[in-house]
Write a protein that binds this ligand. Structure first.
Ligand code: 2YJ
Length: 268
C-alpha cells in the first residue's frame, strides 16, 4: 500500500457521514454495514460499544503521519466503539494500552497496519480488511457477483486477497498487473484468468476492483463501470467520472472499519 500522507487523510473523520451517504447510494450499505458483512456478521450479532480500543502512534521507519492515529480513532468511534489514542508511542504506547485493559490495539508502521485483539491474541491485517471490505462493497453495488466477470487490477497484497474473496463470491475473476508474472502467479494459484494487457482488460470489464496505485484515463473505461477502488493515488478524469456508474473509494475508512469489526468478532 502506498504510504498515506496527511493531505490524503485530512478531514477523514468529518467526511465520514458523507462517505456513509455515498456508500448507501452506491451499495445500499454504510461503512459499518460493509464492515459487519465483511466480518461475516449481521447487525445485532455484536455490540460494538462493548469494545475498548487503543490506537498506538508508531514512530519507527518514516515516522508518525500527522492525523493518522486521530483518523483511525475517529473511524473506530463512529462504529460505536470506545476508542482513544495512547499518550505513549511504540512499545510504550502498546504497554500503556495493555495496562489500560483495552480489547483492541490498532497500530501501523510503514509495512503493516493491524488490529490486535488482546483477549484472543489474534490480529486482522489492513490488506485483508481492505480487500474484504472493497470486495463486499463491489458485490453489493453490482447486486451480487455470481457468474459475473470481475477484473482485479494489481496483484499485490490487497489484490491477491481480493482475487480469493471475489472468487468465493462466485465471480469469474480476471487479474492483471503491470508486472504480468505477478498476475500469472495468481492464475496458477487460484485458477483465475491472468490478463496481460492492463488497458485492454480495463476497457473490456465493467466490474473492477482496483488495488493498484494507478490512474486510468477515462477513454479506456467502459461505459457503466463500477469501480471499487482502494488504491491511492486516486483520481478519475471527467470522462471517467461520467462513464462510471459508481466509484467506491476512501483513503482509510473501509479497510480500518473492517479490521476493527473483524478483530472484535474474535472475542465472540
Ligand atoms: O503511526 C503513524 O502515524 C504511522 N506510523 C502510520 C503509518 C501508516 N502506514 C502506512 O501508510 C503504510 N503504507 C500502511 C501499510 C498497510 C498495508 N496495507
Amino acid at each position: 500500500m502506498t504510504r498515506l500522507t496527511p493531505d490524503l487523510i485530512e478531514g477523514v473523520p468529518d467526511d465520514k457521514i458523507d462517505l456513509d451517504s455515498r456508500l448507501l447510494r452506491m451499495t445500499g450499505k454504510t461503512v459499518k454495514g460493509i464492515a459487519l458483512e465483511a466480518a461475516g456478521l449481521e447487525e445485532g450479532d455484536i455490540d460494538l460499544s462493548e469494545f475498548r480500543v487503543g490506537v498506538v502512534p508508531i514512530t519507527s521507519g518514516l515516522g508518525v503521519i500527522s492525523g493518522f492515529s486521530a483518523s483511525v480513532d475517529a473511524i473506530v468511534r463512529r462504529l460505536g466503539m470506545d476508542s482513544h489514542v495512547t499518550e505513549g508511542t511504540d512499545v510504550n504506547g502498546f504497554a500503556e494500552a495493555v495496562d489500560d485493559g483495552v480489547d483492541l490495539i490498532m497500530m501501523a508502521d510503514d509495512n503493516r497496519f493491524v488490529a490486535y485483539n488482546t483477549r484472543t491474541n489474534r490480529h486482522t491485517d489492513n490488506s485483508w480488511g481492505t480487500a474484504k471490505g472493497y470486495s463486499v462493497a463491489l458485490k453489493n453495488a453490482a447486486g451480487g457477483l455470481e457468474g459475473k466477470e470481475v477484473l482485479v487490477i494489481g496483484a499485490g497484497y490487497v489484490g491477491s486477497w481480493a482475487v480469493r474473496f471475489l472468487k468465493d463470491m462466485g465471480a469469474d475473476v480476471r487479474v492483471t498487473d503491470i508486472v504480468f508474472p505477478k498476475a500469472k502467479a495468481l492464475e496458477d494459484a487460484y485458477g483465475v484468468k491472468a490478463l496481460e494487457d492492463v488497458d485492454r482488460a480495463l476497457s473490456e470489464h465493467t466490474l473492477i476492483l482496483n488495488a493498484a496505485p494507478a490512474i486510468f484515463s477515462g477513454e479506456k473505461i467502459a461505459e457503466g463501470s463500477i469501480f471499487s477502488t482502494p488504491g491511492v493515488p486516486h483520481y478519475f478524469d471527467e470522462e471517467g467520472r461520467r462513464k462510471a456508474k459508481a466509484i467506491i473509494h476512501d483513503p482509510l475508512e473501509i479497510g480500518t472499519a473492517v479490521m476493527a469489526v473483524n478483530s472484535a468478532r474474535y472475542s465472540l
